[in-house]
Write a protein that binds this ligand. Sequence first.
Ligand SMILES: [Zn+2]
Length: 135
Amino acid sequence: MAERPVCPRCGSPVSWVESQSKGGRTYYYAVHYYGYERVGKRIRKRVRKCYLGPELYEYVSRLHSDLGLKLEGAVAGSKRAVHYLDAFIESLTRVELDRATLIDILAKLKHLTQRLEEYVRKVEEIEREEATRGS
Ligand SMILES: [Zn+2]
């Protein structure tokens, strides 16, 4: 895997992030850089830009980077969930959290645990049904 963050739009590695201000708002673009090309006598940078979103997005990204999360594209597939979870667990030892936030996180994790257990039970049920049908 590349060290560079992956573009959430196209899944390619991001060379850098660019911002453009229009009418008091800032819009962010992931820039994919493909080197230089000669156009007549001029040298031009070959780039492709993906629109990431307005300011709010930057805030979310920053929040994610505080929590040690790298924005990963769809290419990361189902492993992305595990990566996010690992990063989140790891962040808990680094980020200072107040009591209210901890209680909130705990409640969400309990709810998540229940849902995952239900999900695993359903998957096991389906597997059992398929196994009996197969024999
Ligand atoms: Zn892109």
